[in-house]
Design a protein around this ligand. Structure first.
Ligand code: UD1
Length: 378
């Protein structure tokens, strides 16, 4: 394998795009520490902050899709695309780039296109069964497509479209300053506590926040419960206020940076059904109550959750049916039925595709992955 590969990971915007990129970067560093990695995306605080905390170099470009109400707004947007392509070309040359991996989000467009123009090796990773706009365009441009679902719309599996699953991050091995706070939460939990993780994907979920706090207010015996509640930015203060008025042991925060470590410890997860979270829960074999976000493109979160629910791997509650009562009934059912939880966990594990990050890293480092099996539990 060639050493010293210079790899750009392009895109971001949401955790669903950015974290698979971080998972690939972790796998690259593990396999070949001589690899140089540069993330290129936008200057959105979520991206810059997360990458700084993970210790990866990051550059931002101006990136926005061509849209606008009138011809002048459209022309302005188009000229910004021109600027972002110019910035991408400069970055690709200056970094002496060998490989560009687009992980979705509009900023990946200029980098993958720029890579093709400069004859570099390029690939995209699509996390969903229904690709987003940027990856739909890039699927014709990138040399390789990595997909997470066999039935990814418009990207059938073939020699250059490879089914790998969603790359999933390792827990952080070297806690950074910010991660220590997550670590210390885990230290507060007793071995026989029942840990419920409540999470709404990268942004938090208002309806899950509301229903879970209603359910928690009705819980009778909470002595063995510990709740880790990811609230999203908007609801953080309000949810913290809710817990402050009761005696449930908990940690509530807008976002947790070492989510892999928290997921590993969780006994039950209540979550939206974004592709990233769902893949993580399968790999970690976690019983889950999934409440798909009903307005995601093509309602793909419902498709994600239904696929698991149909096989008995999770309980799905539609957002319109989510109340404190329905959620509490599902929680109590699972909390008190260990066998049911372990059957769900086994089914989750059987559906997992745990090697996505390694398979993509192997391909970037010059290996051929197309014949490897992925759907084998780790
Ligand atoms: C509303 C919407 O359209 N959401 C989409 C978005 O979701 P979103 O980015 O919310 O969803 P995902 O569930 O795919 O990813 C969230 C990621 O953030 C991580 N995390 C979350 C909370 C936290 O406190 N800490 C943390 O690290 C999770 O572990 C996961 O890795 O991208 C996904 C992947 O393209 C899509 O499937 C989702 O449908």
């Amino acid at each position: 394998m060639p050493k010293n590969r210079h790899v750009i990971i392009a895109g971001g915007k949401t955790g669903g795009h950015l974290f698979p990129g971080i998972a690939v970067a972790q796998a690259l560093m593990e396999k070949d520490p001589s690899t140089k990695i540069l993330f290129v995306g936008t200057s959105a605080p979520f991206e810059t902050d997360t990458l700084a905390r993970y210790g990866f170099a990051h550059k931002s470009i101006i990136a926005r899709p061509i849209k606008g109400k009138n011809i002048f707004a459209k022309a302005w947007s188009a000229s910004l695309v021109g600027i972002s392509l110019f910035q991408a070309l400069v970055i690709i040359i200056a970094f002496r780039t060998d490989f560009i991996l687009g992980v979705g989000g509009f900023s990946s467009f200029a980098l993958v296109l720029g890579g093709r123009i400069l004859f570099r090796d390029t690939a995209i990773h699509e996390q969903n069964a229904f690709p987003g706009m940027t990856n739909r365009m890039l699927s014709k441009i990138a040399r390789t497509r990595f997909i997470s679902f066999k039935e990814t719309k418009g990207m059938p599996e073939n020699e250059t479209t490879l089914l790998v699953g969603n790359p999933v991050r390792r827990p952080l091995s070297t806690p950074l300053e910010n991660i220590k706070s997550d670590d210390s939460i885990l230290n507060q939990i007793n071995a026989d506590d029942f840990l419920i993780l409540v999470t709404g994907g990268s942004q938090g979920a208002a309806s899950i926040n509301r229903a879970f706090t209603d359910a928690a207010a009705m819980m009778k015996d909470t002595r063995q419960l510990f709740i880790i509640h990811q609230t999203g930015k908007n609801a953080e203060a309000q949810i913290q206020q809710f817990y402050a008025t009761g005696d449930i042991r908990h940690k509530a925060a807008a976002f947790f940076y070492d989510m892999p470590a928290i997921q590993d410890r969780a006994d039950l997860v209540i979550s939206r059904a974004g592709a990233g979270t769902v893949s993580e829960l399968c790999i970690k074999a976690k019983p889950a109550i999934l409440v798909p976000y009903p307005y995601a493109a093509d309602d793909h979160q419902t498709a994600n959750a239904r696929f698991l629910a149909d096989q008995g791997a999770c309980i799905m509650i539609a957002d319109k049916d989510l109340t404190g009562e329905t959620l509490l009934a599902a929680i109590e059912d699972l909390q008190h039925d260990t066998n049911k939880r372990s059957r769900m966990a086994d089914t989750m594990k059987a559906l997992a595709m745990p090697h996505g990050a390694d398979l993509i890293a192997d391909r970037i480092l010059g290996g051929n992955i197309s014949k490897k099996e992925n759907n084998v539990s780790a």
